[in-house]
Design a protein around this ligand. Structure first.
Ligand code: ADP
Ligand code: MG
Length: 281
């Protein structure tokens, strides 16, 4: 990317483009790009390039629904397909032996998100039949692609049917809540630096998806859930195994299609679940 392309974006944030320096460019899946810049006073900044201007504006809109919140990286400006965000100094939480204090803080953060006012067009409750059918279809695809044995798929499909609630509480969900998208900052505590997938949806699905994406040890997982409860997290917990299975099926299905090497872990966990074992990671 030509640094001159950043000028209108930086100008919108009140920054003098000449005073900013490009530090690093990373290409991501689907032609998207992430840039790291150094700002005029040495602060780091981050630019996301989306496929379309609509996708960039939609992300900015959804981040705006959370309002001012220390726990979610701030958006500084948007221009066409580019979004400028703050860069937060700190370490990601995707390491082994995550301290319980940090897992607890992550649970509090997710509860805070789930307590945000619902967007006006999102109902308080919604039926989950379309989502159930989507997950069953994805499970079938894993069987068709020989990623899972047919008998495991039959058992998992039965577990989906038996475990599904009729309805689920809706709200704003993160949809990518996992260690590599969370930073521990000595100043701000745990905060989310990848808010691209924020969307309306079933709150409990976010807990199930976090479990699928972020395999925490037993004590850390407990601390995460106790943080969620301490923060008044409103997701129903009675059908959590169902949402965990949905999260794992979604993750395996996506990876088998787009990142086959990364599909090994969710497929292993699905096989274990089909065999009656509940694995954390
Ligand atoms: N604002 C930020 N502050 C600190 N680190 C960040 C920030 N944004 C991204 N990173 C680092 O870059 C990685 C990729 O960024 P992310 O926004 O999660 O994009 P993606 O997951 O789409 O590649 C993160 O996992 C984190 O290690
Ligand atoms: Mg990320």
């Amino acid at each position: 990317m030509d640094p001159a392309d950043l000028e209108p974006l930086l100008a919108r944030a009140g920054l003098t483009p000449g005073a900013c320096r490009l530090l690093k460019v990373s290409d991501r899946a689907g032609g998207r790009t992430l840039l790291q810049l150094s700002g005029p006073s040495g602060q780091r900044l981050k630019v996301r390039r989306f496929d379309t201007a609509e996708a960039a504006a939609a992300m900015v809109h959804r981040r705006g629904l959370i309002g001012e919140h220390e726990g979610f990286a701030r958006v500084l400006a948007c221009c066409d397909t580019l979004v400028l965000e703050e860069w937060v100094e700190g370490a990601t939480l995707d390491r082994r032996n995550l301290p319980r204090r940090q897992a607890h803080a992550a649970g509090l953060l997710l509860a805070g998100l789930h307590r945000c006012p619902r967007p006006a067009d999102v109902p308080a409750q919604a039926g989950i039949l379309p989502l159930l059918e989507e997950s069953r279809g994805r499970l079938q695809e894993l069987s068709d692609r020989a990623a899972l044995p047919a008998d495991a798929v039959r058992r998992l499909d039965a577990a989906l049917l038996v475990g599904a609630p009729r309805q689920a509480r809706q709200g704003l969900i993160h949809f990518d809540f996992c260690g590599e998208n969370l930073i521990w900052s000595p100043v701000r505590g745990v905060l989310s630096i990848d808010n691209e997938k924020l969307r309306p949806g079933p709150l409990a699905a976010d807990l199930g998806r976090a479990w699928a994406l972020w395999p925490l040890s037993g004590p850390a997982l407990q601390a995460f859930h106790s943080g969620y409860d301490a923060g008044g997290g409103p997701a129903e917990r009675d059908c959590l195994p169902f949402w965990q299975l949905v999260g794992l099926v979604t993750s395996a299905w996506y990876r088998v299609r787009h990142q086959p090497a990364a599909a090994v872990s969710p497929l292993r966990r699905l096989r274990a679940l089909a065999g009656g074992r509940l694995l954390a990671g």
